[in-house]
Design a protein around this ligand. Structure first.
Ligand code: NIG
Ligand code: FE
Length: 403
């Protein structure tokens, strides 16, 4: 395994996206720049002509360098796939979330090693495509033992593990949703919480109603988990406003928003990127891979951005609604289909994801940040949307280590 001892200079960067900018330049772009890395962290950022000496050097050859992508929403712990369901959708079937139970059956039947291999394969696939931070949810086990093992395996790959025992009510509780919520908040939470940083709930017609969702988030909060909500994906609903009310770090999907939802997100925005870079706002995380793969209307990113809401982009990587691990693809969709500017989309996929995970150590390239970055085979961040589907990530550094 590569070592990250000694200093490393990434030199001759034509366009450096730092996300450390001022109003009007959120990407904090520097031209003809260099980045010095020591002990896995960014030690210095500045003009290439002023670059300090280092033990090793990577020549970016005038290319663009960006912070690694922060994918704040992914469901990687599962078995099987649902390619036939995708094909049926492309032939006109709607997406209802009903296929989640198919994946639950396959996941319960899989061994730990099979699940671990799938998470490892997808995590490596994402890393090759520039994703240096990735949240991973449970949610296809839906028993205390299966949720706990899903999170135990997820924790082998990320610090940002999310307990999603409240994904759907499993078949064996079909007529007893109150009992299932009791399990989610009781023995299942006790088994899962040691491996989880976050708790999430699918607050949607056909999944969990607002009262159940509130109870589930409250019980997670009571044991110290941060809050996230799958909200307003399949139709309008109470999820976004519930998330804002409870101070969730992020409400995710946001495909069907009312003016009141946007007002709630905007009103609770704390308009500070505090001195340490931290956020206390509720981020709206948009998942355009899901709309692509379910052939649904895309969320109205412009309304959110114009209202001043902090927006993140993430993949939602899962076998049902969005089987992509490519953040670059999501950036391209956000620009083409959701009218985000390339700068807004790149920020949302990096610093926005960090805000959604309430992390100040990733998503930016500035002294003290983790040295997570990608060198593009392109002169500018614009090319991520301008050249969709092209493998533009030339090299990824994770904790300062070339991958
Ligand atoms: O975020 N909507 C809920 N959960 C996932 C889909 C899961 C599935 O279809 O397997 C999502 O889209
Ligand atoms: Fe999801």
């Amino acid at each position: 395994m590569a070592r990250n001892t000694g200093s490393l200079l990434v030199d001759d960067i034509g366009e450096l996206v730092t996300n450390d900018g001022r109003a009007g330049d959120p990407l904090g772009i520097r031209r003809d720049a260099a980045v010095l890395i020591e002990d896995g962290e960014v030690a210095w950022v500045g003009p290439a002509r002023d670059a300090p000496a280092a033990d090793r050097r990577i020549d970016a050859g005038g290319a663009a360098v960006l912070p690694g992508f922060v994918d704040s929403h992914a469901h990687l712990v599962f078995a099987g796939d649902r390619a036939a369901e995708f094909a049926a959708r492309m032939a006109g079937e709607p997406y209802t979330g009903g296929g989640i139970r198919t994946t639950v059956g396959a996941t319960r039947a899989a061994s730990d090693d099979e699940l671990r291999a799938t998470v490892g394969r997808l995590r490596a696939e994402a890393l090759r495509q520039g994703t240096t931070t990735m949240e991973i949810k449970s949610g296809y086990g839906l028993t205390a033992a299966d949720e706990a093992r899903s999170l135990r395996i997820a924790a082998e790959f990320t610090d940002d593990t999310t307990y999603l025992g409240a994904h759907v009510v499993p078949a064996e509780y079909a007529n007893r949703p109150d009992d299932y919520v009791g399990l989610v908040c009781g023995p299942m939470l006790a088994a899962a919480a040691p491996y989880a940083r976050w708790i999430d709930v699918f607050c949607e017609r056909g999944a969990f109603d607002v009262d159940h969702a509130r109870a589930i988030l409250a019980c997670g909060q009571a044991v110290g988990l941060g809050l996230r909500v799958h909200a307003n994906q399949l139709g309008p609903g109470p999820g976004v406003q519930l998330g804002v009310e409870l101070g969730a770090a992020s409400v995710d999907h946001c495909t069907h928003l009312t003016d009141a939802d946007i007002d709630a997100l905007a009103a609770h925005r704390i308009d500070c990127m505090c001195a340490d870079g931290s956020h206390t706002t509720t981020v709206a995380t948009l998942l355009p891979g899901a709309e692509f793969s379910t052939r649904s209307p895309y969320p109205d990113a412009r309304r959110l951005l114009d209202a001043g809401v902090t927006v993140a982009l993430a993949t939602d990587c899962n076998p049902g609604s969005s089987y992509t691990s490519s953040m670059a693809f999501c950036v391209a969709l956000a620009v083409r289909e959701m009218r985000m500017t390339p700068a807004e989309a790149v920020w949302a996929a990096t610093a926005g994801g960090a805000a959604a995970l309430r992390r100040t150590d990733v998503g930016r390239l500035r002294p003290g940040a983790r040295a997570d970055l990608m060198i593009l085979d392109a002169p500018s961040h614009l090319h991520l949307a301008y050249r969709p589907g092209v493998p533009l990530i030339r090299q990824v550094l994770h904790n300062g280590v070339p991958q």
